[in-house]
Design a protein around this ligand. Structure first.
Ligand SMILES: Cc1cc2nc3c(=O)[nH]c(=O)nc-3n(C[C@H](O)[C@H](O)[C@H](O)COP(=O)(O)OP(=O)(O)OC[C@H]3O[C@@H](n4cnc5c(N)ncnc54)[C@H](O)[C@@H]3O)c2cc1C
Length: 401
């Protein structure tokens, strides 16, 4: 039985492991963190296309059991005026809309799914080097442990050491100009927002929120700010973030200031990077998937879903394409155009979130946007994001147009 070493126990890694196991591979997942962190990374959107992959792993319903269905996104101006609504899923089909979940919950559901399927999962295993011989690939971990396999799959996220091993000259992630902050809140009297997430183009920072059925508010803000020094955001205490956010959003409409006045728990913050233009996704026995080779900013709500799509596609290629190098090439050919199109789409949204506009610029945007979004609820332009279904049972290579 061929053996795959999967580096990274986030989204792409355990999903790829489960699909590969179905295809007859012996797999093991190695995760750098010592233990799972249920609160890491706030919350994120798992889009219709990502849910379709989870469905094929039998994990969709479990994920949704602690999720907020959000097939609709409502935009508001900094004065509280409704600018329009956009589908978060295929147009005119809210039943197939996307779901918002805590990032830690997504990781937990996929990890537990993999473990239940019998995939060995090792924590505290930080990959530090890769070595390839004519017959195998060897991974060495920070604690000196060594593992060997026929292939190594780097699902090691945006800072991927695997990407750098595949191509030391690969592009580095690019800072978006935005820092993401967010957390949770409870605001007395604030009604739940079923099926909906709200976005506010605040005067000095972009804000998003939803209210779950039990009254818990999920909120985030994207602050326009120069690139912070590496690791520096972790040093900033929650109270300092809150003071800054309350100031930035003090003139924004209800319920933005009220949410920021009633935050529960810690405020998370991370610089938003993306990654595009990685030309080599594999070398020899090593291949990379997910954020390791294409990272989108959260603005597209597609990071986790693309990672899931990569996982199923790579496993299908390894199942159906006899030669390993051809399988890796087919996987990249299938995935790269779509993944990079999503990254570029997210960049356009990022540019609208960055607060560089003059008062006149804001007035023009608020005047234009309702016209632009007037028929957005039935606008099929973004259906390419959501209606991308990769069926496990269909063979690759898929026919070329
Ligand atoms: C802090 C943070 C917050 C985020 N918040 C949002 C959000 O709010 N909305 C949104 O849409 N997207 C968000 N994202 C992006 C989204 O989570 C990713 O697009 C998605 O998880 C990609 O899946 P992945 O498996 O490729 O990478 P990840 O889920 O990042 O998983 C990579 C895994 O590899 C492990 N790893 C890294 N290096 C090594 C190593 N050397 N050895 C072994 N293991 C290693 C990491 O610990 C991690 O568990 C966030 C990402 C981060 C890092």
């Amino acid at each position: 039985m061929p053996r795959a070493l999967v580096i990274g126990g986030g989204v792409a890694g355990p999903a790829a492991a489960m699909f590969l196991q179905r295809a007859g591979w012996d797999v093991e997942v190695f995760e750098a963190d010592q233990e799972p962190d249920p609160f890491e990374g706030l919350f994120l959107n798992v889009a219709t296309n990502g849910l379709a992959v989870l469905d094929q792993l039998g994990l969709r319903d479990r994920l949704g059991s602690d999720g907020h269905r959000a097939p609709k996104m409502v935009m508001r101006s900094g004065t509280g005026r409704e600018l329009g609504a956009v589908p978060n899923g295929p147009a005119g089909d809210p039943g197939r809309g996307s779901v918002i979940v805590r990032r830690g919950w997504l990781h937990q559901v996929i990890r537990e799914g993999a473990i239940a399927a019998g995939v060995p999962f090792t924590f505290g295993a930080r990959l530090v080097s890769i070595e390839e011989t004519p017959t195998l690939v060897r991974a060495t971990f920070a604690d000196g442990r060594i593992a060997e396999g026929d292939i190594l799959i780097g699902a090691d996220g945006i800072g991927s050491p695997t990407r750098r091993w595949i191509d030391p000259s690969a592009p580095e992630p690019r800072y978006s100009g935005l820092v993401g902050t967010g957390g949770y809140a409870r605001v007395h009297g604030l009604e739940p927002t079923p099926d909906t997430q709200y976005f506010v183009f605040g005067a000095r920072s972009f804000f998003g929120y939803l209210v779950r059925a039990d009254g818990t508010v999920y909120w985030f803000a994207n602050m326009t700010t120069p690139e912070p020094a590496r690791g520096s955001l972790r040093e900033v205490p929650s109270a300092q973030w809150l003071a800054r956010l309350r100031d930035l959003h003090s003139d924004d409409p209800f319920p933005v200031p009220q949410i920021l006045a009633n935050v529960t728990g810690e405020v998370g913050a991370y610089p938003i990077f993306d990654l595009v233009g990685v030309t080599s996704w594999s070398r020899g026995r090593v291949v990379a998937i997910g954020d390791a080779v294409h990272a989108t900013s959260p603005s597209a709500g597609q990071g986790a879903s693309l990672a899931l799509e990569d996982a199923i596609t790579l496993a299908k290629c390894l199942r159906d394409v006899p030669d390993r190098a051809d399988a890796f090439a087919e996987y990249q050919r299938e995935r790269r155009p779509r993944a990079e199109a999503v990254v570029k789409y997210a960049r356009v949204i990022d540019s609208q979130k960055r607060v560089t506009k003059s008062r006149i610029g804001i007035a023009i945007r608020d005047w234009m946007m309702p016209k632009f979004l007037k028929n957005a609820a039935d606008d099929t332009r973004n259906d390419w994001l959501y209606n991308h279904r990769i069926a496990w049972e269909s063979p690759v290579p898929s026919p070329r147009p």
